[in-house]
Design a binder for this molecule. Structure first.
Ligand code: OGA
Ligand code: MN
Length: 230
């Protein structure tokens, strides 16, 4: 347990910091992914949205409020014992507490197998413990790339309690970016280049504007499944 938390800590070490000074109104001219849930992905240009958008999925309403409740019921007691961490200068995450879990009750297990079946190739090795990240209302995740040593090509996360915006920025080209609107109860999946070549971050409340629209960021819990490096 302890060891794994250390591993997760290292996952969160920012491999890359990207400073961006883009004007939000510039997203008005951005491409929209011309597929289902098109409004959930915008980016710096249509070609990028098309190319990288195919390695990103946001599925709205992937879980029900009842299923969200089942997760909260399983998780809240353990989380409440921890304090939100704010002041680790080298951490990729600000204002968070986290845990991980291998064994789940039936309702949650059912949801997690649904996540696994849509997100990961059948039979591929998964990271055993599911990672739970509880962001305070003032919390946020800075740009980082998950450790390639510990995690494989796919990252899938459920969003509980709050909508949020995940921003992907090309590691070596800060003007190439995608914003994903992650509604509460949705599932997102990052694959391949979207996972390896782009940093991802969860915006703080003050910056949480999607395509010109304010998206209030409340306390947010994510339930994240990962696979192992192949
Ligand atoms: C992480 C991460 C995203 C999320 O923990 O590495 O990027 O949805 N989390 O919480
Ligand atoms: Mn990450």
């Amino acid at each position: 347990m302890k060891l794994l938390l250390n591993v997760l800590k290292r996952i969160h070490k920012p491999a890359v910091y990207t400073s961006q000074h883009r004007c939000l109104s510039s997203s008005a001219s951005s491409g929209l992914l011309p597929l289902r849930d098109e409004a959930l992905i915008v980016g710096s240009n249509p070609e990028l949205v098309h190319r990288i958008g195919s390695q990103v999925e946001v599925r709205t309403g992937f879980i029900t409020e009842e299923e969200e409740g089942a997760f909260l019921q399983e998780l809240e007691q353990g989380l409440k014992k921890k304090r939100y961490e704010f002041d680790h200068w080298d951490d990729a995450i600000h204002g968070y507490r986290e845990t991980e879990r291998v064994r789940w009750g039936e309702r949650c297990e059912e949801v997690l197998s649904r996540v696994r079946s849509v997100a990961f190739p059948e039979g591929g090795p998964l990271l055993g413990p599911v990672h739970i990240l509880d962001l305070d209302k003032t919390g946020y995740i800075k740009p980082h790339i998950d450790s390639v040593k510990f995690c494989g090509s796919t990252i899938a996360g459920l969003s509980l309690l709050s909508d949020s915006i995940m921003r992907l920025v090309k590691e070596d080209a800060a003007d190439e970016w995608l914003d994903l609107l992650l509604p509460r109860l949705s599932l997102y999946i990052l694959r391949d280049q979207a996972r390896y070549k782009f940093t991802h971050q969860i915006l703080k409340d003050e910056e949480s504007v999607f395509n010109g629209q304010k998206v209030p960021r409340l306390r947010r819990i994510s339930v994240i499944c990962r696979n192992l490096p192949g």
